[in-house]
Design a protein around this ligand. Structure first.
Ligand code: ATP
Ligand code: MG
Length: 334
């Protein structure tokens, strides 16, 4: 099987002896949307620059669709699109003119350039702004224009370094809709870095976390969250004494790791709250203990990030989400 990205033992030591990558192994399947997470300075941009042939690795090797990024750089560049972390369009010319420059750099045939550019502007929702100077664009429009530039050659793989940094939620959703549509329409592989855990959670097929130049974990977002184990079910009971016998029955359930009672709330530790909850409820129902409220907490990707890459999130950022479910409604929402 040919991977979209296949890297082994990549190391990068910058001048001044900064070891930005310290032996990175990576496999990305063709057609996947792959999220790269990691704290500031972890090596995300360095890795992307090597994979897009802008920097040479100090040692190790990497292939893009089987092409060696060092020995076959020219061929690699024909299948790669790249949207850097910093702004990559010119602000003193309009959107169309920006795309025209890229079309010339990429060597698109002159007779079809205009049509290709206007199609791309249309598909990114920028047709109406095509003749406007880029300095009048919003942040979201600029990011879309940069993606349009990178997509001009219909690359097999698109690298995006923090594609939605600083965008409002609506603009972020619009960018992601577009990226997902490239995957659907053209089978484009998308490799992106982000500090927004919820984006990695929502849009990626696979996630990897890099820390201090080393990959520390990878898998689907679900796998990574599950790997933390230890979800909680909190059941509030109305003014009712939960007797030792009932607690014993709950403790005896196969999936239950521990049970404690605090302020008329049972706190049950399980590996998977969704599958353990029915058993716990059955015991309480048989004991005729009225339930007022149920909440489950699951590890989030934030928790995974914190576990593997330390505490670099903004202070006050929530690390778990609480799902509250009313017993009467009985629906289990995510
Ligand atoms: N051109 C350079 N010369 C010297 N050191 C560099 C250079 N570029 C990056 N570094 C260093 O390499 C390390 C990795 O930087 P890199 O930009 O790859 O991190 P990053 O994960 O992209 O961080 P961020 O989330 O802040 O964008 C850092 O210690 C950084 O200071
Ligand atoms: Mg970076």
């Amino acid at each position: 099987m040919t991977f979209a990205i296949d890297a082994k033992g990549l190391e990068k030591v910058y001048k001044g002896n900064v070891a930005a990558l310290a032996g990175v192994d990576l496999e990305v399947k063709a057609g996947d949307i792959f999220a790269l997470l990691g704290p500031n300075g972890a090596g995300k941009t360095t890795l992307m620059r090597i994979l897009t042939t802008q920097f040479k690795p100090t040692s190790g090797e990497a292939h893009i669709f089987g092409l060696d990024v060092v020995r076959e750089g020219g061929e690699v560049r024909k299948v790669v699109g790249y949207v850097p972390q910093e702004t990559s369009v010119w602000s003193d010319i309009n959107g169309y003119e920006n795309l025209l420059i890229y079309a010339k750099i990429y060597g698109l045939p002159s007779q079809s350039r205009k049509e290709v550019i206007y199609d791309m502007l249309e598909s990114m929702g920028l047709r109406a702004a095509a003749e406007q100077l880029v300095k009048t664009y919003s942040g979201g429009m600029i990011r879309k224009l940069e993606i349009a530039c990178a997509m001009l050659i219909r690359p097999k793989i698109l690298f995006l370094d923090e594609p939605t940094l600083g965008l409002d939620p609506a603009a972020r959703i619009a960018v992601w809709k577009k990226l997902a549509s490239f995957k659907m329409e053209f089978g484009t592989t998308v490799f992106f870095s982000t500090h927004y855990m919820e984006e990695a959670n929502a849009y990626s097929d696979e996630v990897a976390i890099i820390n201090m130049g080393k990959m520390v974990t990878s898998g689907t977002a679900e796998e990574l969250k599950h790997s933390l184990r230890g979800e909680l079910i909190k059941v509030s009971v109305s003014d009712h004494h939960v007797d030792e016998h009932t607690l014993g029955l709950i403790r005896g359930l196969k999936q239950v790791n521990s049970v404690v009672v605090a302020d008329a709330t049972l706190i049950v530790t399980v590996e998977d709250a969704e599958t353990a909850l029915p058993g716990v409820m059955d015991v309480l129902r048989s004991a005729e203990i009225p339930v007022v409220r149920i909440a489950t907490t699951k590890p989030t990707l934030d928790d995974v990030f914190l576990r593997y890459a330390g505490t670099t999130r903004a202070p006050g950022a929530a690390s778990t989400t609480e799902r509250v479910e009313e017993e009467a409604g009985g629906d289990h929402r995510e």
